[in-house]
Design a protein. Structure first.
Length: 409
């Protein structure tokens, strides 16, 4: 009989009694201040807890006076039924970013050592290569346990930053193994010296119970959009790399053919506070401000309602790991217009369930939107069914099985 996922095998090959003991570390997890932060990380960690004993540490950056430690960042709290322990992390905001891995390591190394002495840690599981991964690889080496880094997309940018790129590349090469949320990220880290056999791809998942086709008329009524009005929906934080400004330019061109069309952009104003105003100013300059709605950061049921109400989903993103917004739109049966960033090519098949366009090409986005709106043969049920994405439970099991295989080696 095969051992259950997460069970450690003895040297004789028989299943040992204890499950894998995993210490997972990630700064980006949902908080009372930002409930949408790191949702996909939390979903995976919650699923992993079905197959392994997982302790979660969340380093919380703070700096006296300028960025004080939040009131919630003390001890262990329940985050969507998952226990997360906050650890204060001193750092210097906006400056000395090459020291962030050191600050993070100092934040959690004592707690990690205590956990290891108390019950033993079989491995450390770090999310994002820098600073989390760079710090956790060193802590794992001190404790004599394996280390794993999940590469989620920011690494593309960080590897090119002097002082940070070198730390990140060294950590990726030193880790026991790396999990990438897209094939493009796996190719990236292999190019930077990670042995191919130590890098695997495990895509994100989606909540299939929530994200699925639904009643179009009811969804339209719920979001206040008339039934015959062409509706384009985009989902993504209001940051430059999502290229919402390019989409607004494409939408302004589209309005010449479809004067009644509307665009809804769902996403939070994140760490680029000037960008949302830039988008609103652009919409005014292009005379489409009355047709572009900035929905903001809304709960999942409202996102689902907007996706079900839409005719097409569009995102001109410049960089991605595994773009969950694209997966969720496809799961709702929407045709998707997007770029080849991340693993979008893995999921969006040109002309079958959407169209792939170049980055920063408003004309190409407009043309793809026109083609999408002109087609009456989109089968929402088929688009949803053919999306090759499993559940979070599948992802959690696959991650723990990968840990076990590499630890056994």
């Amino acid at each position: 009989m095969n051992a259950a996922p997460g069970t450690i095998r003895s040297h004789a090959g028989a299943p040992a009694e204890a499950r894998l003991r995993v210490l997972s570390v990630c700064r980006s997890l949902p908080t009372p201040d930002d409930p949408s932060s790191g949702v996909f990380v939390l979903n995976r960690l919650a699923a992993m807890r079905r197959y392994a004993d997982v302790e979660i540490l969340q380093p919380v950056p703070h700096f006296p006076l300028f960025k004080p430690l939040p009131a919630w960042a003390h001890g262990t709290r329940q985050v969507r039924d998952t226990p997360v322990t906050a650890e204060p992390m001193f750092y210097v905001p906006k400056f000395l970013k090459t020291l962030d891995a050191m600050w993070l390591r100092r934040s959690i190394e004592a707690t990690a050592a205590t956990m290891h002495r108390r019950g033993g840690i079989d491995l450390i599981d770090a999310h994002f290569g820098y600073p989390d991964g760079a710090a956790c690889v060193k802590i794992a080496a001190q404790l004599g346990v394996p280390s794993f880094i999940t590469v989620r997309g920011v690494e593309n940018e960080y590897l090119s930053i002097p002082g940070i790129g070198e730390q990140l590349a060294a950590a990726l090469r030193s880790a026991t193994a790396c999990i990438c949320v897209s094939h493009s990220l796996r190719e990236l880290i292999v190019r930077h010296g990670v042995a191919a056999e130590r890098a695997t791809v495990i895509h994100n998942a989606i909540d299939r119970e929530a994200f699925r086709p639904g009643d179009l008329a009811a969804a339209r009524a719920g979001v206040g959009v008339p039934g015959q009005v062409p509706l384009i929906v985009s989902v993504g934080h209001l940051v430059v790399r999502k290229r919402h400004h390019v989409l607004i330019e494409a939408f302004a061109r589209l309005k010449r053919r479809h004067p009644e069309a509307r665009l809804a952009i769902i996403g939070a104003a994140a760490f680029e506070p000037e960008y949302p105003e830039r988008l609103r100013r652009l919409a005014r300059e292009l005379s489409v401000e009355d047709s572009v709605r900035f929905v903001g950061n809304v709960p999942q049921p409202q996102v689902v309602q907007w996706l079900r109400a839409a005719d097409v989903f569009a995102l001109g993103t410049e960089r991605e790991g595994c773009c969950n917004a694209v997966l969720e739109a496809l799961a709702c049966g929407l045709p998707v217009v997007t770029t080849a960033a991340g693993d979008n090519l893995w999921f969006v098949r040109d002309g079958v369930n959407g169209y792939i366009v170049p980055v920063d090409d408003a004309g190409a986005i407009e043309a793809a939107l026109v083609r999408s709106l002109a087609r009456a043969d989109w089968d929402r049920g088929r688009i949803s069914r053919e999306l090759p994405v499993g559940s979070w439970n599948d992802v959690g099991r696959e991650v723990v099985e990968f840990f076990r295989e590499r630890v056994t080696r």
